[in-house]
Design a protein around this ligand. Structure first.
Ligand code: URA
Length: 209
């Protein structure tokens, strides 16, 4: 894992996230958790909901149990954390893992996530769970829409696929199976995304809505 962030612009985003006091969620966490350390843009951005208590203590995303499931899932996809930009829709832990409020999500989007997407410049955003999916596509009902590719190139410069959140997979076998189905939809897209050709042509059998 890179332990220093060398790009000044990326580093300043991480600093601004850590210093943020803009919304009510800040009062419930030790400190905002920035993205997993990166020094350069990434073709794939993986977007969670918000840090849990372990993430809050360590100041890094996805280091708790959900992170272990995510890592196993990434491994099944043939990639690791180092291949992606890994971040959260809301940067602060919320007490007892309560759902983030709409105003907290929109403030974090305005101040941090929109800027982060601009710096990361992903071709593909993998939105883990309903909050990440709604924030990046404007759509609800992820359970009916997971594993589908959405074209948000005009808005975000990227395709978006919503997938079941690893935390939901922890709680139910149904969600676990859905997460496995999502991996099947995602896997063929990853080599061409990492090679930088996703936006030139989707693989056979894929269309984007
Ligand atoms: N769940 C998330 O959505 N993000 C984390 O960082 C940890 C758990």
């Amino acid at each position: 894992m890179p332990d220093t962030i060398t790009s000044p612009t990326i580093a300043s985003l991480a600093n601004d996230i850590v210093a943020c006091e803009a919304c009510t969620a800040r009062q419930e966490c030790d400190r905002p958790t920035p993205f997993y350390p990166r020094t350069a843009p990434a073709r794939i951005l993986v977007l969670g909901r918000n840090p849990g208590i372990n993430e809050d203590r360590q100041g890094l995303p996805f280091v708790g149990r959900g992170g272990q499931i995510l890592e196993a899932w990434l491994q099944g996809l043939g990639i690791t954390r180092e291949d992606i930009w890994l971040t959260n829709t809301l940067k602060c832990y919320t007490a007892a893992d309560r759902k983030p409020k709409a105003k907290e999500l929109s403030t974090c989007w305005d101040l941090h996530l929109s800027r982060e997407i601009g710096l990361c410049r992903p071709d593909l955003i993998v939105a883990l769970g309903a909050e990440a999916f709604q924030t990046t596509t404007g759509l609800t009902q992820l359970t009916n829409r997971h594993g589908i590719l959405y074209d948000r190139i005009a808005e975000l410069g990227a395709y978006v696929m919503g997938v079941i959140h690893p935390g939901s997979a922890l709680r139910s076998n149904l969600f676990k199976d859905m997460m496995i189905e999502d991996a099947k939809m995602l896997k063929p897209l990853l080599p061409i995304t990492l090679a930088g050709t996703l936006k030139q042509a989707l693989p056979d059998g894929y269309t984007a809505q």
